[in-house]
Design a protein around this ligand. Sequence first.
Ligand code: BEZ
Length: 205
Amino acid sequence: MSDNTIARNKSMTRFDQHDSVWLFGYGSLIFKADFPFIERRPAHIVGWSRRFWQGSHDHRGTVQAPGRVVTLIRDEGATCAGMAYLITPEVFDHLDYREKNGYLRLATDILFEDGSCTEGLIYIATEENAAFLGPASERDIARQIAGAEGPSGRNADYLLGLAVALRELGKDDPHVFEIERHLQLLGEMNVASGKDKDAAAKPHP
Ligand code: BEZ
């Protein structure tokens, strides 16, 4: 099920000689960074949309019940809001390993809220990787997320954490918020039918 992208990412030497590099986070990186960083700033990239189109059997799901996590899809004129981290190139080893299930490094322009711009990095999972799941309705995505849990925790917590973090940044993302709405509806349905003991859509306190 895995492409293991570590070797391909190691051959991406674009920033190796830099003392520091901006990394743009658009998924869990917005609310959780498990690596050292020098500075972080809200930022956005242009020409990409965030989508829950990448399967996760190693972090937020299993091989039997894969979860869904975000990737970026080319979308002319679209803007994707997130959080940029200034890191040293050594951090790539950690990220390449963590994201080995299909994510590739790509250089792109990152725009900051003060209007400045820099070339930095994103990790994207394209449709060529084995774990790519592609489009589905927000309702179906929510159902899949509700039933998935992996070594990194419940897939629902990933989605809900991302939605909260985007709201805190004051950013809209109709795709994410619509999945969140369906997930909450599923939780309410579980409560109504008495199946709420482990309701996947129930946010943890
Ligand atoms: C992120 O959370 O922004 C992220 C998504 C995919 C791979 C690496 C980072």
